[in-house]
Each structure stands twice: as C-alpha cells, then as structure tokens.
Design a protein around this ligand. Structure first.
Ligand SMILES: [Mg+2]
Length: 274
C-alpha cells in the first residue's frame, strides 16, 4: 500500500476506535490513537497474515502488550477482514462481547496473545520468536509496548533473554508518548531514555516518529536487515493523536466522549467514510 493509503486507513481506524468507546460508554481512546499509524502500517502493509486463516503457522505475530489500547486493534482486524460479517457495532467491554476491554485471544479471531496485565508482551514475544527458530519458521513477532509499561520489571527480563538468545526475528515498538495512566513519565520516574536502555541491553535500536508511515516502513526494513540482535523501534508518539481535544491530554487515557465531543470527532476524523 502507498503511504497515503495507509494514512487513510489510520484515519478510519482512529474514528472507529473513538466510535467504539463512545458507543460502549467505556474505554481508553488516548492510548489507542497514539499507536494508530503503527497498527495501520503493520496490518495493511508489513505483516504477513491471512485474515481467512488466522492460525496459519508461519503468519507474523502481533502482541499488543499495552492491551488497553485494543480499540484500535479491533478496528484494524475488522477493516482487514478478520470478522464475517464485518462488525458494525463492537459492543466494546460488554458482557459476552468478543471485544473485551483488554484483548482475549480465546474470544477474538486474529489475536495472537491475551494482554492487558502490563509487562508481559516482550517475554511472550521471546517465546514466539524462539519457537519460530526452533520450528524453522520464517515469521516475525511484533510487540507494541507503552513507555509507562516499561516500568514493569518483567519487561527487562524479556529484553535480557531476547539479546541472549539473539532473537533477530523479534521487533518491539515502544509507544513513547510521555504519559501513563496516572501522570507524565517525567513525573513518575523522571526519565524516558528508552533507546539508551535498550541499547545498553545490546538491542539494535532505532528512534523514529511513530506517526510517519514512511519512517515506520523503513525502520522495519532496516531491522530485518540486521541479523543476530533483537530490534527496538522507539516511536515518539502523541497520545490521542488525530483528535484535537485528546492530543497530549492525559484526561483521555480513559474516558468517553460526550455527544458533542463525538460530533467533533466525526468532523475532525471524517467519520467511517470520507
Ligand atoms: Mg505512554
């Protein structure tokens, strides 16, 4: 897909994620919009997947370690054709819905991992990447983690293991938006030198703008060309990106747009069709 086509997909996914939260009357729109461009580029351009065969052994895997941002992932799976018929209303976070507030791989087609309990994604990604090598399969495992999530200790156990096992088929995106649920990263731990820390563990590490489709594509191409090391792509992102009143406003970590705010979302994001 061209960068412009992916950008258009990202716009649509953003709107669907906001609509999902608005209709479900609960959810995390800010963290979802933060990673919309990464998700759109992975699902519509980079990942080797077949929505009609979600269990294909050599499919690329994606672990949304910051599971609360799942509305954007649900929107991507729907747009990519994982659900038959296409979902009109997601019933996000409702009892019995397949679209739970945190991803459940037992409920939803196309999910490679249950997540939401923060910190586990890289460690599980290590397992998937190691399994690929053990089975002689040529798939890539992608993990998306948050910058607040990096405070979980198990993250660094996974980071250590990936380097030790030379898991060059593991690519981790860090959504560095500078915020976590409580407050800013500056406030909570006072440092957000993510790239330095991954490099200190011996990872091949790049830093890009996570809203630049060309940069995301290029970073993955570069990562795949470097052998013997796991890969980290630190993405400078804006929490709530795309919607004026949500951008860089941590009040939208979790929250529901009012009717008027949803009308603004339709105006700014152009609705489901444009
Ligand atoms: Mg964050």
């Amino acid at each position: 897909m061209t960068n412009e086509q992916i950008q258009e997909k990202a716009r649509k996914l953003r709107f669907e994620a906001v609509r999902m939260v608005y209709e479900g009357k609960d959810g995390h729109p800010g963290p979802a919009l933060s990673i919309a461009d990464i998700i759109a580029t992975l699902y519509f351009d980079i990942m080797h997947i077949d929505p009609k065969k979600p269990d294909l052994p050599d499919r690329d895997r994606l672990i949304l370690s910051k599971g609360h941002s799942c509305p954007i992932l649900y929107a991507a799976l729907n747009e990519r054709g994982y659900f038959e018929p296409k979902v009109e209303h997601f019933n996000l976070r409702q009892l019995g819905s397949k679209f739970q507030g945190h991803p459940s791989m037992r409920s939803t087609e196309g999910l490679d991992m249950t997540s939401g309990s923060l910190g586990n994604g890289i460690a599980v990604g290590c397992g998937m990447a190691f399994a690929a090598k053990a089975q002689g399969l040529d798939y890539t495992t992608y993990v998306i983690t948050g910058d607040g999530e990096l405070q979980e200790g198990v993250i660094w156990e996974g980071v250590n293991t990936a380097r030790g096992r030379e898991l060059d088929n593991l690519i981790v995106f860090v959504d560095r938006n500078g915020w976590q649920s409580y407050k800013s990263i500056d406030y909570t731990i006072g440092q957000n030198n993510v790239a330095d820390r991954f490099r200190a563990f011996g990872w091949h590490t790049q830093e890009i703008c996570g809203h630049d489709i060309a940069a995301i594509k290029s970073a993955v191409t570069i990562a795949k060309s470097v052998k013997g090391l796991p890969h980290c792509i630190v993405c400078d992102d804006i929490k709530g990106k795309g919607l004026s009143y949500m951008e860089n406003n941590n009040a939208w970590h979790k929250g529901v747009p009012t009717d008027e705010q949803f009308r603004i979302a339709e105006e700014e994001l152009g609705g489901a069709e444009k």
